[in-house]
Structures are given as C-alpha cells and as structure tokens.
Write a protein that binds this ligand. Sequence first.
Ligand code: SF4
Ligand code: SF4
Length: 188
Amino acid sequence: MITIKKKKNSRALKDAVEALSGVDLSLCFQCKKCSNGCPVAKLATTRPSEIMWLLHLGAGDELLSKDLVWMCASCETCSARCPMGIDVAAVMDALRRLALERGAPKPKGNVPLFNRAFLKTVETFGRSYEIGMITAYKLGTGKLMNDTEKFPAMLKKGKIALLPPRGADRKTVKRIFRKSKESKGAKA
Ligand code: SF4
Ligand code: SF4
C-alpha cells in the first residue's frame, strides 16, 4: 500500500513538476497504458501511472526517492502510449532534476550507480555505448563477472556492439555536459 504524507511542500512538488515538464497532471485518467508499456516498471516498486496519480494527489518530496525515477530509461514509450497526449517521460525527467536540485535521498541498491555509468558513457562517446556502460557499472559494484553468461550470445546476435558508436557529435555532447555541470555549480 502506498501512503501519501501530506507535507508543506506537497503543492510545491506538483507545481514544480508541471512547470518543468509542461504537463497538466489533472489530464491523467489512470488508464495505465503508460505503465503497461514501460520496459522497467516490472523491475521497480512503482509504475509511471502511480507516479502520475501520487503527484496529482499531492505527494511530497518522498516521491523523488522512488526507484522508478532513477530507473526510467527515457525511452518515451509512456508518452507515445498516453491517449491524453501526456508527456509522462518529461514528468520523469522533471522528477530526476528536482531530486538532484533538492538533494533527495537516492533509492537503495545500484540504480544511481547505473544512472551514473550510463551518463558517463554518453558524455565520453557522444551516445549510449553498452559495453562501456556495463564495464563502468560492474567496476562500481565490484562484481565484474556477475551475469556475464549471456554476453557471448548477445554479442553474436549483434544485440550489443564491441566498438564504441561512430558518427556521434562528441564535441557537442561534451559541451552540453560541461554547461550542465557549470549551471549546477552556479546554483549550488
Ligand atoms: S497513459 Fe496517460 S492517461 Fe493513462 S495513466 Fe498514463 S499518464 Fe494517465
Ligand atoms: S520513459 Fe521511463 S517511465 Fe516512460 S516508458 Fe520509458 S522507462 Fe518507463
């Protein structure tokens, strides 16, 4: 069961998410199509539709520590499936941004580590690079050889590439990361 703790900042979180994402949360009628298409919802303790509902009901900053906020892959399936045209992925982006800005406690486990590994490979290679990300993640967990049995088959079927992606505009991506770090530093 999910408990909503009414706090002083409840309204503020809903307003801040709406302002950052451009989404009108009151449009959601809980059809759950976003959750049914989400590739990570099964692994998380909450689902996109629940996040939408909790925000609408006035949940406070405890929502910023939900694991789905950090596990969301920004694939935008939820946004594409929503019959109301709600950009659910933008809501997730807004929640992550607010979690960082407000110093919300990170969920337990390796989700933040996975997030950092993903961002680091995008910053380095200009695009997502699975092997770089997996290596950084596994080095962080200290369990380099865990879950590696499917690796040869995935490689053989071309599911993951051995070499980094080509054609990415690395300079521009690096510049975006640098600007983002500078603006965070300015706010701190
Ligand atoms: S698909 Fe859209 S309307 Fe349906 S629950 Fe998700 S956000 Fe709400
Ligand atoms: S953008 Fe995030 S919340 Fe939406 S379907 Fe993809 S992983 Fe799930």
